[in-house]
Design a protein around this ligand. Structure first.
Ligand code: HEC
Ligand code: CU
Length: 384
């Protein structure tokens, strides 16, 4: 009977799950999810309309004039009452069975699923592809199950990929997981389109909203945080790229894994990329404004007042320590909330970030411009 009902649900769902209502269906869960949702919705409408209709009809029909005596009516109709109790209960049981089946399916990861680590933190996503390769974008394979092994470093976040109809909370202090199987691959835009977008976008942060494809030229699905997690919750977004072949996926992983050996990307450029991609940006501005942490405009080369009363110069060593063991030296006026990046950034990454910080600090290389005959700048320590 349930198999038959399934067809009915699917048919009902098909009629009403117009693509204008919901985002594209791009995973094996999507159709089942939408069918069930619309079937239940329309079933409820089907019951609601006659019930509400009768309510109004009887209210009017049996309306008594003011002052009339109310009379009790205990007559009842057993077959009628049995019918309207038992018949709807079949629908309720069916809803439960299909809902439970669907839920259990989502909690049971198929054997051999590809695993990607996910770390949520205020306010960004870090996807871990193993071997120290971490990137804010989620890249997976089409027609293969992917399992996300998820954790949070601070508060409760929630992963939501609307096109996959997949959503799960990420809770600090425990591992959680989810899985899905994408069945629509991301298209790649033409090389010309990509080249002109890269040129127009400039070297800085990539504008995903504007281009609707990634800096590597892939169209993407959205990934959101859907659990309010603080001030910048709304920018806690990323993208999912579905690759057609394993070679294509591996080529991408290789490309983002580290600074190219050929020297085509300078340490400072790489450092800037990491600043944008690895969550630093959410807490550290470049323009002097105070976010959760101090602005990088006043970090490198500046004298730092610590909460324990010490005063240290923010040199390369200090910056390295700040990144690997942020809780050891806390800058006065800030909370010890920076997560450690131990094991997440290579030595070259840290050196690159340091090089980048040097270029953006008022106390860094800008000042060093003197040496190259540039305009004379004040002594770093005199600036406030
Ligand atoms: C959740 C917010 C948060 C994130 C994300 C974060 N930081 Fe921090 N960071 C802080 C706070 C708060 C401080 C000041 C307190 C302290 O010293 O720990 C700080 C301090 C620092 C300092 C010392 C700055 C100074 O002027 O003394 C450096 C360097 C630094 N962070 C680098 C980074 C880098 C690099 C990243 C990214 C890879 C990063 N931070 C990510 C919050 C954050
Ligand atoms: Cu969040």
């Amino acid at each position: 009977m349930f198999a038959k009902m399934n067809n009915v649900f699917s048919l009902l769902g098909d009629q009403f799950s117009g693509s204008e209502w919901f985002p594209q269906q791009a995973s094996t869960f999507a159709k089942e999810n939408d069918d069930l949702f619309f079937a239940i919705t329309w079933l409820c409408v089907l019951f609601f309309v006659p019930i509400a209709g009768c309510l109004f009809y009887f209210a009017l029909k049996y309306k008594k004039p003011k002052g009339a005596k109310a009379e009790s009516n205990t007559a009842h109709n057993t077959p009628l009452e049995l019918a309207w109790s038992i018949l709807p209960s079949f629908f309720l049981v069916a809803m439960f069975v299909y809902g439970a089946q669907s839920y259990l399916n989502r909690r049971t990861v198929p054997d051999g699923a590809n695993e990607v680590g996910l770390r949520a933190q205020m306010w960004n996503w870090q996807l871990d592809y193993g071997n120290g390769v971490i990137n804010p974008e989620l890249h997976i394979l089409v027609d293969e199950p992917t399992k996300l092994a998820m954790r949070s470093t601070d508060v409760i976040h929630s992963v939501f990929i609307p096109a996959f109809r997949a959503k799960k909370d990420v809770v600090p202090g425990r591992y959680n997981y989810m899985w899905f199987e994408a069945d629509v691959a991301s298209e790649k835009v033409s090389d010309e389109t990509l080249a002109s977008a890269v040129k127009e976008n400039g070297s800085d942060e990539w504008d995903y909203d504007k281009w609707q494809f990634t800096p590597d030229g892939y169209k993407f699905f959205d990934l959101y945080c859907t659990e309010y997690c603080g001030k910048n919750h709304s920018i806690m977004q990323s993208v999912v790229v579905v690759h057609e072949t394993e070679d294509d996926l591996n080529a991408w992983i290789k490309k983002v894994s580290k600074r190219p050996d050929d020297g085509s990307v300078s340490p400072a450029e790489w450092g800037k990329k990491l600043y944008n991609q690895r969550g630093c940006k959410g807490c550290h501005s470049l323009d002097g404004s105070k976010r959760v942490g101090p602005s990088f405009k006043e970090s490198y080369g500046n004298m730092r007042q610590l909460t324990n009363g010490d005063s240290v110069k923010a040199d390369a060593e200090y910056i390295r320590n700040s990144i690997l063991e942020p809780k050891k030296q806390i800058v006065a006026g800030y909370q010890p909330v920076m997560p450690s990046y131990k094991g997440q950034l290579s030595e070259d990454d840290i050196a690159s970030i340091t090089a980048f910080l040097e270029t953006v600090s008022d106390y860094g290389r800008k000042v060093g411009a003197e040496d190259e005959g540039g305009s004379t700048t004040e002594e770093p320590t005199e600036k406030e």
